[in-house]
Design a protein around this ligand. Structure first.
Ligand SMILES: CC(C)(COP(=O)(O)OP(=O)(O)OC[C@H]1O[C@@H](n2cnc3c(N)ncnc32)[C@H](O)[C@@H]1OP(=O)(O)O)[C@@H](O)C(=O)NCCC(=O)NCCS
Length: 327
């Protein structure tokens, strides 16, 4: 049962956090020295305009989560803990659902959280929930010598991912690529796309982002990372003002709500910022992508017949487009 947390849950919260931390070398909990608010956590978060939930089974506290407003529409998710014997059972998802829904109903436009660099299992969980690494590591100077990653996601918005963000986005980007390939999108791969192939592709993209060869954008809808597009800026020496658009992908569950258009609009802005006014791309002739590019003012260069194999083994024509984003 998930219910609002109470100050009187403090012994249960402390035992829960202790059980979670003790699984990681060097993590030590000294409540009175470092987290005295655990003695009255409901009062503490209520005082900050936030909220606290507890999961309780057979009179035992098995999970907890808190949320509080920061500034400029950002809300922080904190103290996400699930009893180790229940890991993998979906309780963390249910707790995060409650906290995210509360923050969104209160007007949150962005969710952020800090997580110990050692809590690798938690990182995979946040990444599955569409959070990406954003910003530098924080040093706490505490008895556990904690270093923390910052994760964040807009509720609805577009962001440029740096290399750490790109790596954190791999689970969602792989899921989107796999879904698009499965429904027959002409985006280099054929179905069924093996999980390793999808992951390797985005891993290589993250390396290219780190090297400055690609600019990777992600788009969120209702707190879910649902779309992406890449600007390839590694061009031959004699074409310094050109870039190529690649892998415009929107999760089939989030189609026709304007996300691809918003991604392309932001991509054009990033191209201007990177001093790449001349853009090129190719797309399957007659696809939804082609309709979007035409609607956004791209010029058709030509169509190459029989250019790519499709999921049924036939050959598709590919249309090549260009656009100058500044005059
Ligand atoms: C192409 C794709 C990115 C469009 O994503 P989307 O978020 O649904 O697109 P948007 O909602 O932003 O659409 C904007 C406009 O593009 C056009 N468009 C998009 N999808 C279309 C479709 N299937 N048929 C016709 N027009 C379409 C429309 O003009 C649309 O405006 P409207 O909805 O007001 O009519 C998505 O269908 C996709 O991921 N397809 C598979 C991958 C792919 O082919 N990518 C292109 C590679 S070059």
């Amino acid at each position: 049962m998930i219910r609002p947390g109470r100050d009187s849950d403090s012994d249960g919260f402390i035992a829960l956090i202790d059980a979670c931390w003790s699984r990681y070398p060097g993590c030590r909990l000294d409540v009175d020295l470092e987290v005295p608010e655990l003695r009255a956590l409901a009062t503490y978060f209520a005082g900050q305009g936030g909220a606290l939930w507890a999961a309780e089974h057979d009179s035992r506290i098995t999970g907890m989560i808190c949320v509080r407003p920061l500034d400029a529409g950002a809300w922080e998710i904190c103290k996400v803990y699930v009893s180790p014997d229940l890991h993998g059972g979906g309780l963390a998802h249910a707790l995060l659902d409650a906290a995210e829904a509360y923050a969104i109903a209160a007007g949150a436009r962005e969710l952020v959280l800090w997580t110990d660099t050692r809590f690798d299992r938690a990182h995979r969980f946040y990444e599955k929930r569409s959070y990406v690494r954003a910003g530098p590591i924080r040093v706490l100077h505490d008895i556990s010598n904690s270093l923390e990653f910052r994760y964040a996601k807009p509720i609805d918005g577009i962001a440029v991912l740096d290399a750490a963000g790109a790596v954190a986005a791999i689970p969602r980007l792989s899921a989107i690529l796999t879904a698009c390939v499965a429904e027959g999108a002409g985006v280099s791969f054929l179905p069924p796309l093996a999980p390793d192939t999808a992951r390797d592709f985005w891993q290589a993209t993250a390396r290219d982002v780190a090297a400055g060869h690609k600019i990777l954008l992600a788009g969120w809808v209702d707190g879910v990372l649902a779309g992406t597009v890449t600007l390839v800026v590694a061009m031959p020496q004699n074409q310094p003002y050109r870039a190529e658009v690649a892998k415009l992908l929107v999760d089939p569950a989030a189609r026709r709500a304007g996300l691809a258009r918003r991604l392309m609009t932001r991509l054009e802005q990033e191209a201007i910022n990177a001093e790449r006014p001349l853009l090129m791309l190719d797309t399957r002739a007659g696809s939804g992508g082609e309709a979007l590019y035409r609607a956004m003012g791209w010029t058709l260069l030509g169509v190459v017949p029989g250019h790519a194999v499709n999921k049924d083994g036939g050959l598709d024509d590919t249309a090549f487009y260009w656009k100058r984003v500044v005059v």
